[in-house]
Design a protein around this ligand. Structure first.
Ligand code: AMP
Length: 117
């Protein structure tokens, strides 16, 4: 299976550019955000190049569930479970999305405000 797609995250999946990878499975990759907004800031992505949740289809149902479960696993391994953390995915312009490869942000190590800015 070809993995990646035509974004910077595709290059990270194919190991064409470096990233601080913290977790990897056949279908999912997690790496540290290059511009962290919290003491722990990790991106969890499917290797399949889905642009965003809005572009996912019924075919991706299992993969989306897996992505969320893997995010919880990464957070557990990072020691975030006890204190809690935030999982968020941005969609399109108003969502603040800048990389058009679906990703979950895991934000932990500090208290997050609600509503977000
Ligand atoms: P979003 O605004 O939800 O699309 O988030 C994209 C995230 O990707 C931002 O938090 C960026 O800091 C992060 N990012 C962009 N390029 C890289 C990279 N090469 N390695 C790690 N994180 C990156």
């Amino acid at each position: 299976m070809t993995h990646g797609g035509d974004t910077i995250f595709g290059k990270i999946i194919r190991k064409e550019i470096p990233a601080q990878i913290v977790y990897e499975t056949e279908r999912v990759l997690a790496f540290r955000d290059i511009n962290p907004v919290a003491p722990t800031h990790i991106l969890v992505i499917p290797k399949k190049p889905i642009p965003s949740v809005a572009a996912a289809t019924a075919e991706d149902k299992e993969l989306l569930g897996e992505l969320l479960l893997e995010a919880a696993e990464v957070a557990r391994r990072e020691g975030l479970e006890e204190g809690g953390y935030r999982v968020v995915t941005n969609i399109g312009y108003n969502g603040g999305q800048t990389v058009f490869h679906l990703h979950l942000h895991i934000i932990g190590g500090r208290h997050c405000q609600w509503p977000p800015g």
